[in-house]
Design a protein around this ligand. Structure first.
Ligand code: ADP
Length: 346
């Protein structure tokens, strides 16, 4: 299910080549995230002055906000090569040792989903980050010996959607942690406008605003919705994207004015209509909408909670006043004051 969703913040197969073309190549081109940009700018200038590899950097934040893009910008600003891998792709410590020992001086090593690195690989990484060394174990059992292997000075750029899941020894080895936040609508408008130019599209201001407001604060979704609106307009025989194209296309793809898609809405409607607004357990809710618990938990719920449509309580999930109103129902009295704000842990 999540692979087909237009509002899935993860990269889908058909995104890959376009994403590459739309990725900002310099820090100046990178829209929003002013604090992070400033911090990285200082870090880069200092590293250039010292003529040394930059400190290891941890980028945390939800998918689609620009972590990979920033790693690539770092490499190009440092004029350094970049190697890309991810936690789940490294199944043994040996895989990681092989990558590390083939890096060159100053190389950027981008390790996505670093929280999913297997434990033995993580331990090997500690030494590599701190002393630029790995111990290669030769042989087995009591006769095994560790041969130290010196590594070139590289910069590890770790990315994680779940910084809280990183063990502190790993977190502490990063010289700098940057947290990426969801984008403001005005920033998404800039992203869309930039992408439209790169794709050679003409688009009016209202259409840009319409797409931005349905993009869940996420540039990857904004770019994807822009492409769907382009397809829709082209099928209509138009090369200029109007507000009406944006509205009709996104309504057709069932992404509503607040960025909720069919799954989000069916969860909210089930919660309200079948369970009187809750509280109800997540697995019961998932059965009611005919989805896996995992899908509801990882895909619909975080967005609904973050945007204040739904709240988590110790007794289960409940719909907020905003949630009731969004599906056209009057909230029961009292609910507005209790649950109108997003949960702090969302
Ligand atoms: P992540 O690694 O966090 O999942 P990516 O770096 O792959 O996200 O970003 C997804 C897409 O969103 C990129 O291809 C890029 O086009 C766009 N994007 C992300 N951040 C920005 C930004 N700050 N400015 C412009 N485009 C961005």
């Amino acid at each position: 299910m999540s692979e087909e969703r237009l509002v899935n913040p993860q990269s889908a197969q058909d995104d890959a080549s376009v994403e590459h073309a739309l990725r900002p190549k310099t820090l100046d081109d990178f829209i929003g995230q002013h604090r992070v940009r400033e911090q990285i700018d200082v870090l880069l200038s200092a590293a250039r002055k010292r003529d040394a590899a930059a400190d290891h950097i941890l980028l945390s934040g939800p998918p689609g906000l620009g972590k990979t893009t920033l790693a690539m910008i770092l490499a190009s600003e440092m004029q350094a090569p970049i190697r890309i891998s991810s936690g789940p792709a490294i199944t043994h410590a040996g895989d990681l040792a092989a990558i590390l020992s083939s890096l060159v001086e100053g190389e950027i090593f981008f390790l996505d989903e670093i929280h999913r690195l297997p434990r033995p690989a993580e331990e090997l990484l500690y030494l590599a980050m701190e002393d630029f060394r790995v111990d290669v174990v030769v042989g087995k059992g009591p006769g095994a010996t560790a041969i130290p292997l010196q590594l070139p000075h590289f910069t590890l750029v770790g990315a994680t959607t779940r910084a809280g899941l990183l063990p502190s020894p790993l977190r502490d080895r990063f010289g700098f942690t940057a947290h990426l936040d969801f984008y403001e609508e005005s920033e998404l408008e800039e992203v869309i406008s930039r992408s439209a130019t790169l794709l050679g599209l003409t688009i009016d201001k209202l259409a840009i605003g319409e797409i931005a407001s349905r993009s869940r604060g996420t540039p990857r979704i904004a770019n994807r919705l822009l492409r769907r609106v382009r397809d829709f307009a082209q099928v209509q025989g138009s090369n200029a994207l109007s507000h009406q194209h944006a509205q009709l296309a996104l309504d057709m793809y069932e992404v509503d004015a607040k960025g909720l898609d069919r799954l989000d809405r069916s969860v909210l409607i089930a919660l309200i209509e079948r369970f009187g607004g809750g509280p109800v357990g997540l697995s019961t809710l998932a059965i009611a909408v005919g989805e896996e618990t995992e899908t509801v938990e990882s895909v619909a719920e975080p967005f609904l909670v973050r945007n204040g449509f739904m709240a988590r309580t110790p007794r289960g999930r409940i719909a907020t006043a905003l949630g009731w109103e969004h599906v056209g129902r009057t909230p029961p009295p009292g609910i507005a004051t209790l649950f109108d704000t997003p949960a702090p842990d969302a």
